[in-house]
Design a protein around this ligand. Sequence first.
Ligand code: AFP
Length: 280
Amino acid sequence: MTEIFEAIKRSAIRIRYAIENDDTGYSHNQNATGDVQLKLDIKSDLIIEEEFSNVATVKELASEEKEHVERLNESGKYLIGYDPLDGSSLADVNLSVGSIFGIYEDDYSGKNLKASVYVVYGPRVEMVIGYDNRVELHRLDAEHVFHFIQLINLDQKGKLNSPGGTQKNWECHHKEMIDGIFADGYRLRYSGGMVPDLHQILLKGGGLFSYPGTSDNPKGKLRMTFEVFPFAQIYELAGGQAIDGHRRLLELSPAHIHDTTPCFFGSNEEIERVKSCYGN
Ligand code: AFP
C-alpha cells in the first residue's frame, strides 16, 4: 500500500504545479458522464496514469475522466478508482479543488475498499489517508515533502452544514431537514467543491455534508467509485457516519463504475437526524 501512497504524493506535487501554471480553460472533449472536460482534468488524469504506470501492485485504473477501466498489471492486487481533479471548474476562480482515490480489491464495491486518500489543493497542499483504522492528515512542505501532522477524529456533534444540490429540486422532507439544521444555529459552509467542503467539516470537528437525490437527479450527482466511497470510509474511520439516506454507503455496489448515489457524510448526531428525516 505504501507504494500507492507514494504515487499519489508524486501525482499531487505535479497536479499542484499544473493548477498554478497551466491553462484552466475547457477542452473540446467530454468525459464518460457527458461533462465537458477542462484541460486541467485531462492533464491531472494523465499525471496520475503516469505515476501509477510503474506501481506493480496496481492491477487497473478507473478514472472519472475515462469511460472504461485501464489494465496495468495482470498480477496486480489493487484497483484504483479516482477523480483526478474534483471541482476543477473552481480552479479558474482560485477556489480549492482536490483529487480523490479509492484503493479497492477484487471490485469497486464499498465493501472491497481497502484504503482512501484525498488531496486538497488550497492555500496549502494537504493529503488525508484513511487506512488501518485511522485517518491521518499530512501536509506538503517547501521542499515538496509530505509530513504527518495529526490524526483526524469527528466530534459526536458539529456546527457546520454543507447542503449540496439545486435547492428548488430538493424533496420537501429534505428541505425541512436542512432548514431545521440552520434554525438550530449551524453555519453554512458550501463552496461547490466536495473535497474542501468535506475536509473543512472533518477538521472543524463535524457537521453535515449532503448531496441528496433531487427531482432532476434522483440518484444524486456524486459518483460512488471515485468520490463517495472514499469519503464514506474516511468519515467512518474518523468516528462519523456516511449513508445514502437509509443504508451505509459502503454497503452499496455500483452496477457501473460511473454510477452515482445520494450521499450524507457527517458526525453521528447529524446523521441520526438524516435517518429520522428519511423515515428510518
Ligand atoms: P465539478 O467537478 O463539475 O466542478 O463538480 C464538483 C462536484 O462534483 C463536487 O465536487 C461538488 O460537491 C458538487 O459537484 C457540487 O455540485 P453543485 O454545483 O450541483 O452543488
